[in-house]
Design a protein around this ligand. Structure first.
Ligand code: ZN
Length: 137
């Protein structure tokens, strides 16, 4: 399962395929899942933040970290760290997050997504965004 799940994201005709580990209570008839695992890139992440603990702490700002890709885990490619994170797509995804390195310095870290699902807050549905503006509260 992991050999299939981790090399993603996959697309067919430029449409993303969402892969999720099966769970016992999974139900096809229920509404579309809102917690979706996808790959997130942290480019130019300082080396001091590449520990397993640091990476999962940084990822926790965005969602629940599932897996670091092999190059990230082995630190064989240091231009960016890449993590598979389960994200709640009903919440806005940050483009930047504030990270504190082990010496206590805070810095802004850019966040890149291989693919970002569309979420329509008006219809509470994944897959599109309504063009009409929501009424302001
Ligand atoms: Zn909509």
């Amino acid at each position: 399962m992991n050999q299939i799940l981790y090399p993603g994201p996959y697309t067919i005709n430029n449409r993303p395929i969402i892969l999720k580990p099966w769970t016992v209570n999974f139900d096809f008839n229920k509404e579309f899942p809102t917690k979706i695992p996808f790959w997130v890139k942290f480019s130019k992440l300082p080396m001091s933040c590449w520990g397993k603990g640091s990476l999962s702490q940084i990822s926790s700002v965005i969602g629940v970290s599932i897996y670091a890709d092999e190059c990230t885990a082995k630190q064989t490619r240091i231009s960016y760290a890449r993590m598979l994170i389960e994200v709640n797509v009903t919440k806005p995804l940050p483009e930047k997050i504030v990270v504190m390195d082990p010496t206590g310095n805070k810095f802004e870290q850019e966040v890149f997504y291989d693919w970002k699902p569309k979420f329509c807050p008006k219809c509470s549905m994944v897959g599109h965004t309504c063009t009409k503006k929501m009424p302001q509260p």
